[in-house]
Design a protein around this ligand. Structure first.
Ligand SMILES: Nc1ncnc2c1ncn2[C@@H]1O[C@H](COP(=O)(O)OP(=O)(O)O)[C@@H](O)[C@H]1O
Ligand SMILES: [Mg+2]
Length: 314
């Protein structure tokens, strides 16, 4: 069911089968307001949008979102952003699937899990989908990447027909149980990147505030446009500046240029924060490792921004 916060009017999706009768109050993840949970009393629960069964079967009550975190340049904070965005959305109450499409397989390392199977096994059909998924945290599941994805790329390249849809065909049958699918991508531009862009509808680009990364951003935007010619629903939704260091004058200048070019798509920057580089070594997200750090605050803001757009969509 959907519960609407009476203070900020944002919507929360709640799995009512897991909501005990004893729980009387809820706290809004967006504004922190506490309010009584509306319960059905014979009729429709107040503030809840209960669709007719037939309607529910045709269109999901909560729009499922698929977001790629992508840029051809390495070291700009893609994996850090994908992991902490996915973990933050899960903490906010959404069911999230994080898909790692990088041969380095760093998402599992950052989350401190060692999956036996992952995206490769799902795509080759060697293992049933349930066994490819690893639950990394409450409401957060991971389809791990790794070296074996090189074999998947060869498999895609050998296809005569619709190779670009291989990832979509593997993920679509099992992704409807999630509110969000966040896809981390590898640096570079290859068949797997193209597959990711044909699967998702939204792209989030983390861009480190340095001249080289801005060049990479322009190049990537051109490649993205070539995919958009064939995949009309694909939108560049968010540009997230990373490694902001206020002491570096260049950072501020680049930020201004980005703001002029991307306007409302530009998100609040993620500051350079050493805690973000330390957290993976402990297999922890930034919220677990240093919840009070600037890094945790910045990623919480990003989660609010992305989840806030959800309410606009519904
Ligand atoms: N805002 C930040 N401040 C400090 N270090 C960061 C920040 N974001 C990422 N890092 C570190 O920088 C390195 C590259 O980040 P990563 O997310 O792996 O980039 P990519 O996936 O684009 O290659 C990693 O060691 C990561 O821990
Ligand atoms: Mg990475």
């Amino acid at each position: 069911m959907i519960i609407v916060c009476p203070s900020c009017h944002r919507q929360h999706k709640v799995d009512e089968t897991r909501l005990s009768e004893k729980v009387k109050a809820a706290k809004c993840v967006f504004c922190g307001h506490r309010f009584p949970i509306p319960r059905p009393s014979g009729g429709e629960p107040e503030g809840a949008k209960a669709p007719q069964p037939q309607q529910a079967a045709q269109e999901p009550q909560w729009p499922k979102r698929r977001i790629a975190v992508s840029l051809s340049k390495g070291g700009v904070g893609k994996t850090t952003t994908a992991v902490n965005l996915a973990a933050g959305l899960a903490m906010a109450g959404f069911k999230v699937l994080l898909v790692d499409t990088d041969t380095q397989g760093q998402a599992s390392y950052m989350l401190g899990v060692k999956p036996k199977a992952g995206l490769t096994e799902l795509m080759t059909g060697e293992v049933i989908p349930e066994e490819c998924l690893v639950q990394a945290r409450e409401r957060l599941w991971l389809l791990a990447g790794g070296r074996s994805l090189a074999g998947v790329k060869r498999l895609i390249a050998r296809k005569d027909f619709r190779g670009e849809m291989t990832l979509s065909e593997a993920l679509t049958p099992m992704d409807d149980r999630f509110d969000y699918v966040i896809v981390d991508t590898s640096p570079g531009w290859d068949v797997l990147t193209i597959n990711v862009l044909f699967y998702v509808k939204e792209v989030l680009i983390p861009v480190s505030l340095e001249v080289m990364a801005i060049q990479g951003l322009l190049e990537f935007s051109r490649s993205l446009a070539s995919v958009q010619n064939y995949h009309k629903d694909l939108v560049l939704k968010y540009v997230v500046p990373t490694f902001l260091d206020k002491r570096v004058k260049q950072s501020e200048e680049i930020l201004e240029q980005l703001s002029a070019h991307y306007n409302s798509r530009l998100c609040a920057p993620i500051r350079y924060n050493v805690r973000l580089s330390e957290a993976p070594g402990y297999g922890k997200t930034i919220y677990e490792y240093a919840p009070g750090s600037p890094g945790a605050r910045d990623y919480r803001d990003l989660v609010r921004r992305v989840a806030g757009d959800e309410t606009l969509l519904s």
